[in-house]
Design a protein around this ligand. Structure first.
Ligand code: GDP
Length: 465
C-alpha cells in the first residue's frame, strides 16, 4: 500500500483557509449543510418517519417503495414497509429494528441535511452515542398512542436517556415529533399533554426553549411531514395550522465551524476501499483538511495521506469543520487505524491521555460512585475500560464552585470534579486521544457508563499524562 501514489496538495494552508471562507460564505446564501440524529424509544416510528420523509421529498422512488412493500409483506411485516429502506442488513430486517447508524441525506429549501439514524434498542446505545457526537441537531420521535408515550418516557425508557445523551454530547437543538397521532384520533388534548410532560424535562436536561420545537405528525400516513393536506390530515387541520416538519427542519441552525483550529477527525467507521485502499468516515470537529495532506493517526505513530474526500456523496478538494466526510487514505499501515482513532495534522497532534481530570454531572444512579469505581469511558466512537481513580471535589451544580473537597462518595444528580484513569486491557494500556474542553469543545466531551447504564456525562479539564 505504501507504493500507492499519493496526490499533491492544491493549496498552501493560508490559501486553503481563504478558499474555505469564500466557499462557506457562498454556501450561506444557498443551502447550508447540517447533520441530524434521529432519536427516541424503540418502535416510536423513527425509521418509518425517515423512510416516508425521504419518499415525500423524492429521495425514494416509487419502484423502490413498492419493492420495499412487497418484500416486507413477504416477510410478514407489512407495517414496516416504510422503514425498510433505512434498515439495511438482513438481520435488521428480520428483527424489524434499526441497529447501525445509517447515513442518508436530503435537502429542504434552505438546508442540506445528513441524517444519522440512531437505533432505539438499549444495547445499541453506544451506536447512538457515536451518532449524536457527530450531529448538530436532534429529531426526537415519540409515540402518542395511549400508554406508549408513557412507557418510553418512564425511567429506563429511551426517550429520556437519548435526550440526556444528545445534550451531553453537545446537541443543543431539538425538534420533537409527536407521532402516531392517528392512533389517538388526532386528539389535540393528547398532543398538548405530551408537550406538557416533555417541556420541563427538556429544560431540566439543558435544552433552551428557544431551540426546542414540537410538532404533531403521522409518519405512516405522511401527515404534516412535507405538507398537511388531504383526507388523512383533515382531523389534524381542525386544530393545527402550524409549520410542517420540513418547515422546522428548514430553520435549524447550521453548525459553527471552527476552521482555524487544528484539524481533528475521530474515525467512526472504516471500510476497505478498492485494491489496497482504505477509507474512513467521521466528522471533522475542527480545522480543514485537503486532498494530498498528510495526517497523523492517534494513538500510534502512523501517518496517512488523504487521497480523496467525499462529502454528501460528492468528491471535494477539501472538507471543513462541521461536515461528516469519507476520506480515502493511502500510504498508511492500517494496523494502527481503528474506530476511535483521531486524525490530525502531524505538527499539531491531539494529546494522549491515560489519566485526566474531568467535571462530571451524575445521572440517576443505583449505586453511588466511590474512588476506584470501574466504568466504561465513551469518547466519540471509542469506548474503553476506565476507573474513577480519584474524587477531587463535589461542585455546586449551578455555579460550579467547590462544595466539598475529597468527598467519599458521589450520589445521584450531583456534580463533581474527578480524576479518570484508563484501565489496562490484557497486557497493555493504551492512552486515548483527548483534549481539554477549553481547547476544543467537541474533543473534550465524555460519557461514563457502568453495566449498560449511562451514569455521568462530563467535560475534560486537564490531561495529566
Ligand atoms: P423505530 O423503532 O422507532 O424505528 O420504529 P419503526 O419506524 O420501526 O415503527 C414501529 C412501528 O410503528 C411499525 O409497525 C410502524 O409501522 C408503526 N408506525 C410508525 N409510524 C406510525 C404512525 O404514524 N401511525 C401508526 N399507526 N403506526 C406507525
Amino acid at each position: 500500500s505504501k507504493a500507492e501514489e499519493a496526490p499533491k496538495m492544491s493549496f498552501a494552508h493560508d490559501k486553503l483557509l481563504e478558499e474555505v471562507r469564500k466557499s462557506l460564505d457562498a454556501q450561506r446564501k444557498g443551502k447550508q449543510a447540517l447533520s441530524l440524529v434521529v432519536i427516541g424509544h424503540v418502535d416510536a416510528g423513527k425509521s418509518t418517519l425517515m423512510g416516508r420523509l425521504l419518499y415525500e421529498l423524492g429521495r425514494m422512488d416509487e419502484r423502490t417503495r413498492a419493492a420495499n412493500e412487497r418484500n416486507s409483506t413477504k416477510a410478514g411485516k407489512s407495517s414496516f414497509s416504510w422503514a425498510w429502506s433505512l434498515d439495511g442488513t438482513s438481520e435488521e430486517r428480520e428483527r424489524g429494528i434499526t441497529m447501525d447508524v445509517a447515513l442518508e441525506s436530503f435537502s429542504t429549501t434552505k438546508r442540506q441535511i445528513t441524517v444519522l439514524d440512531a437505533p432505539g434498542h438499549k444495547e445499541f446505545i453506544p451506536n447512538m452515542i457515536s451518532g449524536a457526537s457527530r450531529a448538530d441537531c436532534a429529531l426526537l420521535v415519540v409515540d402518542a398512542s395511549t400508554g406508549e408515550f408513557e412507557s418510553g418516557f418512564e425511567r429506563g425508557g429511551q426517550t429520556r436517556e437519548h435526550l440526556v445523551l444528545a445534550r451531553s454530547l453537545g446537541v443543543a437543538q431539538v425538534i420533537v415529533a409527536i407521532n402516531k397521532l392517528d392512533q389517538v384520533q388526532w386528539g389535540k388534548n393528547r398532543y398538548e399533554e405530551i408537550c406538557a410532560l416533555l417541556r420541563p424535562f427538556l429544560t431540566q436536561s439543558g435544552f433552551h426553549s428557544a431551540k426546542t420545537s414540537f410538532i404533531p405528525i403521522g409518519a405512516m400516513l405522511g401527515v404534516n411531514l412535507v405538507a398537511c393536506e388531504g383526507e388523512d390530515a383533515k382531523q389534524l387541520l381542525e386544530w393545527y395550522q402550524g409549520p410542517t416538519l420540513v418547515d422546522l427542519l428548514d430553520k435549524l441552525e447550521p453548525p459553527s465551524r471552527d476552521i482555524t483550529a487544528p484539524a481533528r477527525i475521530p474515525v467512526s467507521n472504516i471500510f476497505k476501499g478498492q485494491g489496497s485502499g482504505i477509507s474512513v468516515s467521521g466528522r471533522v470537529l475542527s480545522g480543514v483538511v485537503q486532498v494530498g495532506e498528510r495526517l497523523r493517526i492517534l494513538p500510534g505513530d502512523e501517518t496517512a495521506v488523504v487521497k480523496s474526500i467525499e462529502v454528501e456523496e460528492e468528491n471535494v478538494p477539501w472538507v471543513a469543520a462541521g461536515s461528516n466526510a469519507i476520506l480515502a487514505l493511502v500510504s498508511v499501515d492500517s494496523v494502527q487505524l481503528t474506530i476511535g482513532s483521531v486524525l490530525c495534522p502531524p505538527a499539531n497532534p491531539v494529546p494522549l491521555a491515560l489519566t485526566f481530570t474531568a467535571r462530571i454531572l451524575i445521572f440517576d444512579l443505583q449505586v453511588p460512585i466511590i474512588a476506584g469505581a470501574m466504568v466504561e469511558l465513551f469518547h466519540h466512537s471509542r469506548d474503553v475500560p476506565a476507573s474513577v481513580s480519584k474524587l477531587i471535589a463535589t461542585l455546586d451544580r449551578a455555579s460550579g464552585k467547590v462544595v466539598k473537597s475529597n468527598p467519599r462518595v458521589l450520589g445521584k444528580a450531583s456534580s463533581a470534579e474527578v480524576q479518570i484513569t484508563i484501565r489496562s486491557t490484557g497486557s497493555s494500556t493504551r492512552p486515548i486521544p483527548l483534549e481539554p474542553y477549553a481547547a476544543n469543545k467537541a474533543m473534550g466531551r465524555i460519557l461514563i457508563r457502568r453495566e449498560g447504564e449511562t451514569i455521568a456525562a462530563g467535560i475534560v479539564m486537564e490531561v495529566l499524562g
